[in-house]
Design a protein around this ligand. Structure first.
Ligand code: AQP
Length: 338
């Protein structure tokens, strides 16, 4: 079996309210990687159900993430777009890896602590073992690189630990070097987009306030309104990034401008230094609309034909399965399943 050298795997959960953070922190980078890597982009619907999802909404949101991938510029013919639940090898490998990973490792995952909150006894078992399924998602394709935001770095570390332990645990049975250690791909500016209402919280699908995020289904008017109402402070825009310290909301808006325009924060500050946010916000709204409208428009067009999206997902799943099955067969042999 050949070992891939430049294979990328990443995913987005179909949990609704796909937002600017998902676009700037993940999807836009997925698009760029197509030139240099063989890419698998997954709609991770099995991860989504680790917290309750309405079944009809889950189906809609799954198509919406697929539409966002395509509208942003991912080519489903040259690369692979599919939904996780269609390739059963993810779940099968996850079970084996559940038996390799250790409770202590998973207990240290900060995202579980954040998402389970104070009521961890009530959290699903799936939410606890989510990082093991993520390890399986990556390792089943022996992916070499994983574009991840800040919030997923710890999970990727765990995937590397699980890969290494699998390789060691079964070394008498041909597992040496079987799984490559997946490398994180570090993203550029605005890796972490913060809430428009609170600069200390990340922009998130599950924030109860719709004003906290710009979504990929927002109209032009919605985008303009949300930026106009975004929380800021009374200080003018500083001359250097140093001046944004202790000003999380100001820092966030400048960061979003920089990411959308392909500039550094210092470039943006050089253009706006001394001005107030009253002058800056309309320019940011104009830029956000210019960059997002082509994507949101194309997404809406694609969503008008769900059968075509389903066809693309099914085709992707078939090609993903063809890559996954030989790896799974080898894992079964290594483990001793007859
Ligand atoms: N605010 C963000 N800034 C930059 N990147 C972000 N990502 C998420 N939020 C931000 C990146 O988007 C990708 C897909 O995320 P996900 O769907 O797997 O779920 P998540 O990380 O849990 O994102 P959300 O949107 O905040 O959902 P909820 O509210 O359900 O927790 C990932 O690469 C992520 O880094």
């Amino acid at each position: 079996m050949t070992m891939p050298t430049n294979r990328v795997f990443s995913g987005v959960q179909p949990t609704g309210n796909l937002h600017l953070g998902n676009y700037l922190g993940a999807i836009r980078h997925f698009v760029g990687l197509q030139k240099t890597h063989q890419c698998l982009y997954c709609v991770v619907d099995m991860h989504a159900i680790t917290v309750w999802q309405d079944p009809k909404e889950l189906a809609h949101n799954t198509r919406e993430v697929a539409a966002a991938y395509i509208a942003a510029g991912i080519n489903p013919k040259e690369h692979i777009i599919f939904n996780q639940s269609k390739v059963s090898a993810h779940a099968e490998l996850a079970w084996v890896l559940n038996c390799v990973g250790r409770m202590g490792w998973l207990s240290r995952m900060t995202q579980f602590k954040e998402k389970a909150g104070k009521h961890k006894e009530n959290a699903s078992v799936g939410l606890f073992t989510y990082p093991v399924l993520m390890a399986a998602d990556i390792l089943i394709y022996r992916a070499t690189h994983v574009p991840v935001g800040d919030d997923q770095k710890q999970h990727l570390e765990l995937a590397r630990d699980i890969a290494q332990k699998f390789n060691n645990d079964f070394s008498g049975n041909g597992s040496e070097g079987f799984f490559p250690a997946p490398e994180p791909l570090i993203m550029g500016a605005a890796t972490r987009v913060m809430s428009l209402r609170d600069g200390s919280k990340k922009m998130s699908k599950s924030d109860p306030s719709a004003m906290s995020r710009i979504t990929l289904t927002d109209t032009v008017d919605d985008i303009a309104k949300k930026i106009k109402k975004a929380k800021t402070d009374m200080e003018p825009i500083p001359e250097t990034a140093e001046g944004l310290k202790e000003r999380p909301e100001a820092d966030n808006l400048v960061g979003i401008f920089a990411a959308l325009s392909g500039q550094t924060k210092d470039d943006v500050l050089a253009d706006f230094a001394g001005q107030g946010f009253g002058a800056f916000k309309p320019k940011l709204a104009e830029l956000a609309i210019e960059k997002l409208s082509p994507i949101t428009g194309e997404m809406a067009r694609l969503m008008d034909d769900p059968a075509e999206i389903d066809r693309i997902l099914a085709d992707g799943a078939e090609r993903a399965s063809a890559l996954a099955q030989p790896v799974l067969a080898e894992v079964k042999k290594i483990v001793g399943f007859v």
